[in-house]
Design a binder for this molecule. Structure first.
Ligand code: WT7
Length: 658
């Protein structure tokens, strides 16, 4: 069953190989057999209130217990654990302080230049309390939204926990987004304060975060923002605005190291995190306090089968949901040791990840398929120089993983002995939804396998009816779960329309539409096939094609733009932009460079189109809708299949082909 040479990789594509967990792994694991998994799922299904209620009581600390497990009387708005009072920062810190966990390392951090820090639970608690008191001292309190625009430094996690402690929802904006993208999010969320840094190190360069904050706030664009807290990271020269900006070390370090956590209602908002949707405007995904806490906690415990001595590392950035749930909240709520690394593999250190694993004796490693494919392409020589024997479990997230990459990951990184958990989920789901349990589930390379206990996932047609095995359809979730998003910030209509009213089941029931296509095979395994809406997945990051299109048409030379994804060996999908120029403008290399720069300015480097196709007109239906299906085929060099009779002007096709 083990394939330790790369010659066997090809055959995997044809075969349906199954990798059961080893006895050695299973015997020590929490959920140690497939029948146990089935038993849990059955319990959750037959009595969900008992299942979730027991879990919430056993796994979380409550200042006041809840009256009701789930209130689904006003779908799609769910209330979980109503009447309860809790605080996620208490669950992540304080409750570990009267056990031996108090002196256990909570957070290991390494900077890109190689500087390191470690915090025990006791120390982290103190830092979070100081930061919480500092936030209060500048007038931040319960209900005030705080935006974070941070590099991967410990203060990012500390700031998130500090906000949670005082009941101020956080909204982390990925540090790779541009000042324009930051500004949109600050305005939409009505942020009252920003926590940032003088810069961050990335690929041996300094990312000027504070400069971007200044630009975002320029011209009074965000009148609600009263203060900016700046962590000193790079010592780069930055401007400080007297009445508005504070150095973190100047106002945090001197605070008292104790701060009572705010007793939050279960349904109080914990954070807002923006994600791309099929329209041009990013959606502020709203997560609640208790439900999110329970789901990130439980999924972390089940999927990573966490044990006392594990050193766990997730390579995501805290700016994404993966960083929220599986660098900060899930691991800390479980009392685990979590690693945070500022760097990424780069020409000056291509083995950076393997070096971190060797140095910190990482036992559980969680990363993205795009990274695995890049490593695979660079060859075995680099990882083979490092001692990776501390690893016992590997995970992936962000996009479908192709079987070759899965096998390579298993053999070259996991030495053939580590189970792989391919975890399907989304910003909206709060935590993992479909994934193997490493001691229980026989895995198939490329499949996220089965829904977790309590998750009723299905593959349906547009009427909401289940499709037959091996037939493609829409991936849905048919029952509420604690970690589900509660709303789109300030836009109930969009919440309903994007997720709950897209499909129209004949019985008018509510099912959650994830936006992904999937099929289930003859054994019931889920195979996620990718997005079915106008969203593309580039290197595990979701980008709305409309968002990139609006950025393009905001350029003075562009009259119309349509953006599609094209399959890409490394990135999953690459971005192809079809653009029509305004009369008089001419396509040349210079325009391409200008347009790329423009998109980088408007959104950020991750949204930069890889290729431009200039055209006089775009293929449209008679009602004026761009036929993206045709553009996708053209971009990938595929035959245009399916009906083209609704095209308004068929000559457009011939022109585009030439
Ligand atoms: C979209 C969600 C949730 C963490 C990172 C991305 C795709 C995610 C998988 C997987 C196939 C996956 C889906 C999903 N996706 N994980 N294991 N297999 N596809 O979060 O930015 O909210 O994106 O990522 O298309 O809808 P996100």
């Amino acid at each position: 069953m083990n394939s330790n040479n790369s010659n066997s990789i090809e055959s995997v594509l044809q075969e349906q190989r199954v990798f059961p967990p080893s006895d050695n792994f299973s015997s020590k694991s929490r959920i140690s057999s497939f029948s146990k998994y089935l038993e849990m799922s059955e319990m959750a299904k037959s009595d969900p209130n008992k299942f979730w209620g027991d879990a919430a009581r056993e796994e979380l600390h409550w200042f006041k217990s809840f009256n009701k497990v789930l209130d689904w009387s006003n779908p799609p708005f769910a209330k979980w654990f109503d009447g309860g009072k809790t605080n996620i920062s208490f669950n992540c810190l304080d409750r570990h302080l009267n056990s031996s966990t108090a002196d256990k390392v909570a957070l290991i951090w390494e900077g890109e230049p190689g500087d390191k820090k470690k915090y025990t639970y006791k120390q982290l608690h103190k830092e979070v309390c100081k930061a919480a008191n500092a936030l209060k001292s500048i007038g931040i309190g319960k209900g005030d939204l705080v935006a974070l625009y941070m590099p991967m430094v410990p203060e990012a996690a500390i700031a998130m926990l500090a906000c949670a402690r005082i009941g101020a929802p956080h909204s982390v904006v990925f540090g790779g987004f541009s000042s324009e993208a930051l500004r949109d999010r600050l305005i939409n969320g009505e942020a009252k304060a920003i926590i940032t840094a003088d810069g961050g190190f990335r690929k041996d360069k300094v990312i000027p975060l504070k400069d971007a904050v200044d630009q975002a706030l320029g011209g009074g664009a965000c009148p609600k923002v009263e203060s900016v807290l700046v962590v000193q990271r790079t010592k780069k020269n930055i401007a400080m605005d007297d009445g508005r900006d504070y150095w973190w070390h100047e106002i945090v370090d001197s605070q008292a190291d104790d701060c009572l956590p705010e007793q939050m209602d279960s349904e109080d908002c914990l954070f807002v995190l923006y994600t791309s949707g099929s329209t041009g405007k990013p959606k502020g995904v709203v997560h609640s306090t208790a439900g999110y806490n329970l789901w990130s906690h439980l999924t972390f415990k089940w999927i990573f089968d966490i044990r006392e001595n594990d050193v766990y590392w997730c390579t995501a950035d805290v700016g994404w949901i993966t960083g929220h749930s599986y660098i900060v909240y899930g691991p800390l709520s479980n009392g685990a040791t979590t690693v945070m690394y500022e760097g990424v593999p780069r020409p000056s250190n291509p083995g950076a990840f393997w070096d971190v694993i060797q140095k910190h004796k990482i036992s559980i490693f969680y990363t993205a398929p795009t990274a695995i494919r890049a490593f695979m392409k660079a060859g075995n020589k680099i990882p083979n120089q490092y001692d990776l024997s501390s690893l016992r479990l590997l995970g992936t997230v962000g996009e479908p993983i192709n079987p070759e990459a899965w096998i390579w990951y298993r053999d070259v990184i996991g030495g053939g002995r580590c189970p792989i958990v391919d975890t399907w989920w989304q910003t909206e789901t709060g935590g993992v939804m479909i994934s193997p349990l490493p001691g229980a589930t026989p895995t198939k390379p490329g499949s996220a396998t089965f829904p977790l206990p309590g998750i009723e996932a299905d593959v349906v047609n547009s009427d909401g009816d289940s499709v037959a095995n091996n037939e493609g359809g829409y991936l849905v979730v048919k029952r509420p779960w604690p970690g589900m998003m509660r709303n789109v910030y300030g836009d109930e209509k969009r919440f309903r329309e994007s997720y709950w009213e897209y499909l129209k089941p004949s019985d008018n029931s509510y099912m959650y539409f994830a936006g992904d296509g999937a099929r289930r095979d003859e054994d019931g395994y889920f195979w996620v096939m990718g997005r079915v809406d106008d969203v593309i997945n580039v290197s595990g990051h979701r980008l709305g094609t409309m968002e990139i299109e609006s950025a393009l048409v905001s350029h003075e030379l562009i009259s119309e733009a349509a953006v599609v994804g094209r399959p890409d060996d490394l990135k999953g999908e690459s971005i192809v932009a079809f653009v029509t120029l305004r009369t008089g403008a001419e396509a040349n290399e210079n325009i391409e460079a200008q347009l790329k720069k423009h998109v980088v300015n408007e959104i950020g480097p991750i949204a930069k189109p890889d290729e431009f196709k200039f055209t006089d007109s775009l293929p449209k239906t008679r009602s004026g809708k761009i036929m993206r299906r045709i553009l996708r085929a053209l971009a990938s060099g595929d035959e245009i299949s399916g009906d083209t009779s609704t095209l308004e002007d068929r000559s457009v096709l011939d022109k585009l082909r030439s």
